[in-house]
Design a protein around this ligand. Structure first.
Ligand SMILES: *Cc1c(COP(=O)(O)O)cnc(C)c1O
Length: 426
């Protein structure tokens, strides 16, 4: 028997504590774990037995969260990391190497665009940015040195929805894994693995924790990719010198990527999630479906109201009929288009700043996916490092504000926007 989503978000990965019977997952605030004896220690270090050694690698509170997210995403395993950006590096690390590239969508979170266009170059990696609605362009960008294809399901900040099935088919034809950042959608709205994704990454900082208390990330592996089908992924298919020639894919099958992520990734990169943060995220996920349903309900009301406002030029919410991506909602994220969208103001840059400064209920912050309604002017903040062309391509043009709709009363959210828009357009 398989449980439904609402049951799994409460129970998956959690069982009464074997030592005390504690019903809630305890925060195992410990760095190390006592070995039964010398043989047990040796078996753990050889990866012959699975267990706890040191909390940079594994921790029972973090493990419960890993199992919960993997279950909700329909994956084989998951590795938690210290942030969403850490998760992106952890997802690419086993696949990439100097001279190799990843083909990525132009429609990404601003920080991801900076990470991919600038910082990964220090590792000798590069990213090729492509419009993911142009499947021919994705195909053309893939070359012999490409090792992955990367996009967001519901793309931040513009409310764009990626045709995951079509992109997955292109990646699959080229023998490459598709990595999907599912932060804005969460597994409640979209399950990328069902649309052909190999790996799913999250910033758990956002909707998964849900209340702006934690920085965290996770990489979920579908377990579906054949890492040994070509010689492109030697970290997973070839003998690993650090473990006496062990081959991760041959030894661990569908858990190869997850074991590699812990045994090599966390061991040597050290981007570990702490147990306290894992606890907050577990608490958040217990109410994920309830929150997401309300985020969607409120976003639909607020976006429709904004679209009819005389000071507003455009609203990019895919839940609106006017959106060019509206047709994809039913197929890619059937329970709704999320709680995030952008609004373009007729008054331009100045009106955006006035709006942000005039709101009372909304918080002006560089975050999204909180129970509270949030707003930011992307062009002057999160997308500030980008060129105007990159800003516009990423849905963050100078006359655009990004809104993350909270779970408050929709009428209060609308009233706050109404008074602030009046000031912004005065
Ligand atoms: C916030 C965010 C990230 C980065 O996550 P951090 O936890 O802030 O490192 C990546 N992708 C998306 C879509 C995000 O919203």
């Amino acid at each position: 028997m398989t449980y439904g989503f609402d049951t799994l978000q409460v129970h998956a990965g959690a069982r009464p504590d074997p030592a005390t019977g504690a019903r809630q997952v305890p925060i195992y605030q410990t760095t190390a774990y006592v070995f039964r004896d010398a043989d047990h220690a040796a078996a753990l270090f050889n990866l012959q037995e699975v267990g706890y050694i040191y909390s940079r690698l594994t921790n029972p509170t973090v493990a419960a969260l890993q199992e919960r997210v993997a279950t909700l995403e329909g994956g084989a395993g998951a590795v938690c990391c210290s942030s969403g950006h850490a998760a992106q590096i952890m997802a690419l690390f086993p696949l990439m190497g100097p001279g190799l590239n990843v083909v990525v969508s132009t429609r990404l979170y601003g920080g991801s665009i900076t990470q991919f266009s600038q910082t990964i170059k220090r590792f000798g990696w590069s990213a090729k940015f492509v419009d993911f609605d142009d499947l021919g362009a994705i195909e053309a960008a893939i070359d012999d040195n490409t090792r992955a294809v990367f996009c967001e399901s519901i793309a931040n900040p513009g409310g764009y929805i990626t045709d995951l099935d079509a992109v997955a088919a292109v990646a699959d034809k080229a023998g490459l894994p598709l990595i999907v950042d599912n932060t804005s959608a969460t597994p409640y709205l979209c399950r990328p693995i069902e649309h052909g994704a190999t790996l799913v990454v999250h910033s758990m900082t956002k909707f998964l924790t849900g209340n702006g208390t934690v920085t965290g990330g996770v990489v979920v592996d579908s377990g579906n990719f054949n890492w040994s089908a070509s010689d492109k992924f030697p970290s997973l298919s070839a003998p690993e010198p650090a473990y006496h020639g062990l081959k991760f894919h041959e030894t661990f099958g569908p858990l190869a990527f997850t074991f590699h992520g812990i045994a090599i990734g966390l061991r040597d990169l050290g981007m570990t999630l702490n147990p306290q943060a894992a606890h907050y995220t577990l608490m958040g996920i217990e109410t994920l479906s309830l929150r997401m349903a309300r985020h969607v309900e409120n976003a639909e009301k607020v976006a429709a109201w904004l679209e009819g406002h005389p000071a507003v030029e455009a609203v990019t919410y895919a839940g609106l009929r006017s959106s060019p991506w509206h047709d994809r909602v039913a197929r890619i994220c059937p329970k709704g288009a999320g709680g995030l969208f952008t609004v373009a103001l007729k008054g331009g840059y100045g009106a955006c700043l006035k709006l942000v400064d005039s709101l009372n209920l909304f918080s002006h912050v560089a975050n999204l996916g909180d129970t509270r309604s949030l707003i930011i002017h992307s062009a002057s903040t999160t997308h500030r490092q980008l060129t105007p062309e990159q800003q516009t391509a990423a849905g963050a043009a100078p006359n655009v504000v990004r809104i993350s709709i909270g779970i408050e009363d929709a009428k209060d959210i609308i009233a706050d926007l109404e008074q602030a828009l009046a000031k912004a357009s005065a």
